[in-house]
Ligand binder design. Structure first.
Ligand code: GPK
Length: 818
């Protein structure tokens, strides 16, 4: 007997069908005969929202009337992926939807595919935020996701005929978008510029120069089987002045709409940088825009209709999590609101503020911690700069009571000294909140020992770890229905979808050859599906009888796509030179997915190299189809959902000490891929849990990396020492992958040989050596799949439900609604 705990549908197929017809008629204005899949998609989405509406009201009411503190997750990015199927799953209506849509003469998949993916994030950080709000709702914890509804998401990636990345605007709102409800009646004014004046009573008044209207667009966030529906509130910027009439009357139409354009520019585009802050004024405007609107919104929600609310209770109503440094301007903003708008004294305001905020750091790259010139803040937010300076002064005074180490105090300044003072947002976040957390055990240790060392010396109790997680609803149940069915069969229950540690119950089944064969059959079927998908979407011809070896993530030097491509070239060179007999080569299909920041020169050149290696290797008859390289463009959540379940081997090969956590690594392990990886980020914890014998470890550790830097790293030495590495790099130089042109990749080669900041060359030999272990195991399918199954069985810890529970216990100190 299989126990089914999935939510029951609130609706029959007949009702669902009727509602779709109704929406088609009244919202879309088409008959079922005229309707396209896109019409049915919009109609179905509106139907789903209809059925979630009461739970949404109830959740808000219980939140406002009850005593359970809510969570406000402040994030510049929410990389949600498609909404319809996820909402259907969480609300228990998948079967009714499928049947209703089929009854109307449509294929459910076509309707699902008609949804345009909102790509309002760059990568891991944004996708984590999306997993977290899913888990908060599923655990029944009242929460808001607060962010920006960018008109243009992360750019759409294309490749030109030379294999170079081309960025195209991602105008995701070009089509009807049924999920977001624009609530013009709950807008907030956000001010910028101007000056601060001191009033007669000594208090300060900010006289801003211009302002924009922040209009919330509300998305329902239905919990899985919790009956709760939270809110993702994304702000969009509107102008108060449609146009300047005086200018308009002079027939200068373009200039007349300038104020409108400037205001609406604020939410126009997501900055496409990942782990590198761009010091742009517009970016700071975006950050202040959404954070200021969100703080005022929370006060409106929790103190409805009150002119003089008692905001000393604010930290009992909501806790704000700062997702990286992007929303940190919220700290001086809350201070300003409390002091200037509500008349609290400094100390009371500081007490409220520090009890309200907590900060998550997502990086170890020092260049990725945002630093703003004080001058820029002063121009845009003059009152905030005053407050930041005062926070800095008080903080330094407090430090002086805790240490006599003047140099240390100086290093900890929030505002630096000198001619062009800078504001360090990570330091402001650490000083102005209760807790600071890293995103994996190793990362949190390194944060304490290196990046924020001085802070952790003085405030050791502020620091904690919350290892990242991913939602099993989207990344197992939706992405991999076959594996989901097998897990449910193996465990005798579907309860694992809300208690992922239950996967442990699969462990004994790894000894059962029949079960392992079923598991292998699931993978094979997923590979065939992916091959069909890749053919349809990209025109690729993938052979599902080869090993599918995947590396998907942002293109960054520290992640070391170079290591993967150099190893592949070395293999190709072995075949070309006859050093290995091509008939002995294990057939492999290597699949890359990666976007590079538009201004990141070496990353873009790496993309070009990969595309050209693919062109050459895939078309070389000497290779006899043993090596295949594919680079589907525009990697996004949808592609991830198709590719991850079809992967045999996953690459997590960053330089040790550089990847804060990784979350792709978790998704792959949970979908039964084996990992080849370094001791970095959450790889460490994954390996601990799945067992060292079920993980392909290679490469230097953090300590070895540090030691090598200290000794003086010379990449050329490694090039000379390993003939296969030399052959690979020489092949890049000699024009093999650039139609004979020796200059194309010269800058990349020069970087490898003279700088190689992330020590790709030093780890090359170890990386190629582990390949023989990988291939030997892959030649024994039963043993490979046994180990892959053990990866699934032991990765339950990496559910975002567990991450959220850790945040609740260690940081937020709240829980589900009663
Ligand atoms: C970290 F600093 C940043 C950033 O700007 N963007 C981003 O996606 C990632 N991250 C880390 O690189 C990953 O290791 C981590 O898993 C992810 O954030 C979520 O914590």
């Amino acid at each position: 007997m299989t126990e089914i705990t999935a939510p029951k549908s609130p609706v029959t197929t007949e009702e669902f069908t009727d509602r779709i017809r109704e929406q088609l008629k009244y919202a879309q204005g088409v008959t079922p005969d005229q309707a396209t899949p896109a019409d049915v998609y919009v109609a179905s989405s509106l139907v789903v929202r209809h059925y979630l509406q009461d739970a949404w009201f109830q959740t808000q009411q219980d939140m406002i009337n009850g005593s359970t503190k809510a969570v406000g997750y402040l994030s510049a990015e929410f990389l949600m992926g498609k909404q319809l199927r996820n909402a259907l799953l969480n609300a228990g209506m998948i079967d009714q939807f499928d049947a209703a849509v089929e009854g109307l003469g449509f294929k459910p998949q076509d309707v699902i595919d008609a949804e345009y993916e909102p790509a309002l994030g760059n990568g891991g950080l944004g996708r984590l935020a999306a997993c977290f709000i899913d888990s908060l709702a599923s655990l029944g914890v009242p929460a808001f996701g607060y962010g920006i509804q960018y008109r243009y998401g992360i750019f759409k990636q294309e490749f030109d005929k030379d294999g170079k990345q081309v960025e195209k605007p991602e105008y995701w709102l070009a089509n009807e978008e049924p999920w977001g409800h624009t609530d013009y009646n709950r807008s907030q004014r956000v001010n910028f510029g101007g000056k601060v004046v001191t009033k007669a009573d000594g208090s300060k008044e900010w006289q801003p120069e211009w302002s924009v209207r922040a209009v919330p667009v509300d998305y329902m966030v239905p919990g899985y089987a919790s009956g709760r529906v939270n809110t993702l509130r994304l702000w969009t910027a509107k102008s108060y002045d449609e146009f300047d009439l005086a200018t308009f009357n002079k027939s200068d139409y373009l200039n007349a709409v300038k104020p409108k354009v400037k205001a609406e520019d604020i939410s126009k585009i997501l900055y496409p940088e990942d782990s590198t802050p761009q010091g742009k004024a517009l970016r700071l405007e975006q950050q202040y825009f959404f954070v200021s609107a969100s703080i005022h919104d929370a006060i409106r929600v929790f103190y409805p209709g009150q002119d003089k609310p008692d905001l000393t209770t604010f930290p009992d109503k909501i806790t704000f999590q700062l997702n990286d440094t992007h929303p940190v301007i919220g700290i001086p903003e809350l201070m300003r609101v409390l002091i200037d708008e509500y008349g609290y004294d400094w100390n009371t305001a500081w007490d409220i503020t520090t009890r309200t905020f907590n900060y998550t750091c997502h990086t170890l790259l020092p260049e990725a911690l945002e630093v703003w010139p004080a001058k820029l803040i002063g121009e845009l937010l003059p009152r905030h700069l005053e407050i930041i300076k005062a926070i800095n002064t008080n903080f330094l005074a407090e430090l002086a009571t805790k240490t006599r180490d003047k140099a240390k105090i100086d290093r900890m300044r929030i505002v630096t000294e000198g001619e062009n003072p800078q504001v360090r947002m990570a330091y402001l976040a650490t000083a102005g909140g209760s807790h600071v957390n890293g995103v994996a055990a190793l990362h949190s240790e390194l944060l304490k020992d290196v990046t924020l060392r001085d802070f952790s010396d003085i405030y050791p109790n502020k620091f904690t770890n919350v290892t990242n997680g991913v939602t099993p609803r989207r990344f197992i149940r939706l992405a991999n229905p076959r594996l989901s069915a097998l897990i449910t069969e193996g465990l005798g229950t579907d309860r694992w979808l809300s208690d992922l540690e239950l996967l442990k119950g699969l462990e004994p089944l790894a000894k059962d050859d029949e079960f392992v064969k079923k598991f292998a059959a699931v993978k094979q079927a997923n590979k065939e599906d992916f091959a069909a998908y890749a053919k349809r979407e990209y025109g690729f011809e993938l052979d599902p009888n080869t090993m599918f070896n995947t590396m998907v993530k942002r293109l960054h030097e520290y992640k070391r796509q170079s290591l993967k491509i150099l190893a592949l070239i070395a293999k190709y060179a072995d075949i070309k030179s006859g050093k290995v007999n091509v008939d002995d080569v294990l057939p492999r299909t290597v699949i890359f997915g990666a976007k590079a920041a538009p201004g990141y020169y070496l990353a873009k050149m790496t993309i070009q190299l990969i595309n050209n290696v693919a062109r050459v290797v895939n078309n070389d008859p000497d290779v006899k189809g043993k090596l295949n390289v594919y680079f589907p463009w525009n990697y996004n959540v949808r592609l991830a959902q198709h590719l991850i379940p079809a992967t045999d081997l996953d690459e997590q090969i960053s330089q040790a000490g550089k990847e804060a956590s990784g979350t792709g690594n978790m998704k792959f392990a949970l979908n039964g891929a084996m990992t080849v990886g370094t001791l970095d980020g959450a790889n460490v914890e994954i390996r601990e849990r799945v067992g060292a014998e079920n993980f392909f470890l290679f490469g230097m550790t953090v300590d070895e990396v540090d030691k090598l830097y200290e000794e003086g790293y010379s990449p050329a030495k490694y090039y000379e020492a390993d003939p296969r590495l030399k052959a690979a790099i020489d092949m890049v130089s000699d024009g093999t992958f650039s139609n004979g042109d020796r200059n194309t990749y010269a800058p990349l080669v020069a970087d490898w040989l003279t700088k190689d900041w992330f020590m790709t060359l030093a780890d090359f030999t170890a990386y190629t050596e582990i390949q023989s272990d990988i291939e030997a195991l892959y030649r024994q399918p039963l043993e490979w799949n046994r180990k892959a199954l053990l990866n699934v069985a032991n990765s339950g810890y990496f559910s975002s439900d567990r991450s959220i529970q850790d945040y609740l216990d260690r940081i937020w100190h709240t829980g589900p609604l009663a």
